[in-house]
Design a protein around this ligand. Sequence first.
Ligand code: WAQ
Ligand code: MG
Length: 266
Amino acid sequence: MPKRLYYSVRMRSAKTGVHVSGAEGIYDISELAGLVKEYTNRAIVHDKGRADEIRLSIEELKELPKRINSLPLCTLNTKNSEAAKKASSKILSSVGITERAIEEAFNYLNVGLTMRGAMLMNIEGVRLEPDLMRGIRVTRMGIAKKAATDLAKKLGRLGLNNNTVKEALILASKVHKFRMVLGEICISDDPNYTTGYIATRAHGYIRLPRIKKRGVPYGGRAFFITGGEVKELIKYLQRTPVLINSIKPCKGIVTLKEILERKSRR
Ligand code: WAQ
Ligand code: MG
């Protein structure tokens, strides 16, 4: 069989030198032509205004992407940041992350670090990423065409078929495939986007509405990790191409009790 070619495609846009939007994916050769339209549209039609500079980079992948399932998705009806923090603490501590580490992560996320990437924290709350200002950027992830159609359908039923949710779910699904990662907390840096999420392999991707107040212009991500080579993890997060190939169930609002009792059977 001829080798199938895959490409990593990345877009970054800016307006008067200030970052406006970014996006990326993994595509096979037949999909490339349509992408210029899709990505440039996204850069031109944006909340932060119309970009005056769009960079699109297309790079052939030297290895076949690893195909994985998405994490299952659900939403907790958290009323405010306190409730979101409490729920996070209950869920994340159930997989072995200490209360102290969870507290530390929330403290960092609430001081406005404006890192480009994610913190790596051990289960005691000690940060392990080599560049504390920048963090670790997860890249080289995407979704196969059929899976994208399925995801759009499943999220559409919940009124959640938008790029923010899809991209976060794809990123988290890649991250949590790696055994060293136990959990994640994410808060958007978009001042108008107040829903965050936490994720674990056992519980899936859990959306947390109102995790921050409207207007807060920073957010962040923390990955809680355990036992293993941090270098290997970083290499995986930054370099290994991963493609979502099949979509696990996407549910609407569930209770904390349901989440804690019935870890998703995967
Ligand atoms: N790799 C690692 N960290 C990243 C990456 C990346 N590729 N992209 C962003 N971050 C970090 C960075 O510190 C940002 O400040 C922070 O995460 C938030 O990034 O289901 O939009 O792109 O409704 O603002 C959650 C969706 C959306 C919840 C999260 O994150 C839902 C979001 P943002
Ligand atoms: Mg953002």
